[in-house]
Design a protein around this ligand. Sequence first.
Ligand code: KIV
Ligand code: ZN
Length: 531
Amino acid sequence: MAERVYIFDTTLRDGEQAPGYSMNLDEKIKMAKTLEALGVDIIEAGFAISSPGDFESVKAIAGAVENVTVASLARALKKDIDAAWAAVSQARKPRIHVFLATSDLHLEYKLKLTRQEALERIRENVSYARSLCDDIEFSLEDATRTDLDYMCQVVETAIDCGATTINLPDTVGYAVPGEMSNMVSYVKSHVRNIDRAVISMHCHDDLGLAVANTLAGIQAGARQVECTLCGIGERAGNAALEEIAMLLKTRQDALGFETGINTREISRSARLLSTTTGVKIFPSKAIVGANAFAHESGIHQHGMMANSKTYEIMTPESVGVSQTSLVLGKHSGQHAFSKKLAELGYTVTKEEEDRLFAEFKKTCDRKKTVSDRDIVALVESTEETESRTWALESFVVNSGNHMDSTACISLRKDGKIYKDVAIGTGPVYASLRAVEKIIRHPFSLDDYQLQAVTENRDALGEVLVKVSDASGTYRGRGVSTDVIEASILSTLSAVNKMLGGKDSPFARGQSASSMSFENDMLMDHTDKSEA
Ligand code: KIV
Ligand code: ZN
């Protein structure tokens, strides 16, 4: 019988903390529901004290998911624990995740605490957290550079005070697998009450060893692993959820562990992260990169044709990459389209399906066959434009190599048509200028990415933009066989969020409650008044 390893996902906390991965409230809720469907056991939804935005999103996620534990991070300070509890207490399964650094380096230079003072801080705050909530995790930040005997004292104290999970992070990604396994074995054999807690791994990838170190920890006795989708996180990131889940599944024969992850949801979850944040997945990324199941060399292709096991240790289907040959085209009816949506894992209302089918038919007029990847791109870009204020009615662009480009654009708003013309050095520039003139709201274009959804010449073009005004930065996404149309659609999607007052993931709002928030995530643990 395989032994169960619990998956603690921190995409929305350690992951979201990384530059470029910020999400707004709606995006975080959608991500949390996706993680629930993926089968993670615990979602670390944020760091409640850090900002009103984080507090609100942890609280909203606590109310939005059912079958998964929702955790909030908290420093070992009463005010942090109060905020964390206020944010997660409505969850069906709440957890408070308290942490304090324990290495001499952090104690001396960052916290300015002696080992004894830190121990007292832990005793007081873990006990306090446990008085509020039954499920308490305590993390020894920088555990891998902490003296082992002091670590055992800390762990024993935290468990005596009510911690039910003990996390031993490799905060700076410094450890090597042998050291991880020694650390866990040492704690297991030297901590009197260790059988009352689950040991957890939280490994950063600074030396590219996050997954290897996590595995070493599991083999030595850890039963919870902290990870993120696509390995996003501070600096070089965290251990990648999809790699750990597929490692334990594919090599269950050798390792003997299992997780609750529904691996067929992996690809979709990673794609959602990428489309939400606008950060592309590296093509060679294990499990979820576009090339993870591609076989280019002739020798490999020959082997694959004879028996796919020659070069494939897991199937694309097992991670949710559909390989079906059922391609839809202009003769496909709504029934086939609806079946395809279900096959791709989308549950949509009749109204949404009708709207998507209309988009699909428009695409069929321009493109002979519509692949699964095209449909996924259409569904996801249509979601983007759901609550549109400004919609594209029509456009004409004139462009050439010895002239300025001109764009004449018509937009629709509340049933009325608005038109304008603009000149620019290129067709995208001219189009965006025309949009700006029509909506009468200046914005700047901070990022623009264009890529083909599939390989063929008639591929759909997908454009991701970031636009900003004084209120913040907003992302947008558009898909079309015409890249200028995709550019206009993506800009409108971002601009609609901007004008609709949608929470910008890049402009954290001001205090929404009576709680005081700490914007400096570098932790003022030196706040001795709380000690
Ligand atoms: O890397 C780390 O040590 C952390 C802790 C707060 C768990 O993220
Ligand atoms: Zn971390």
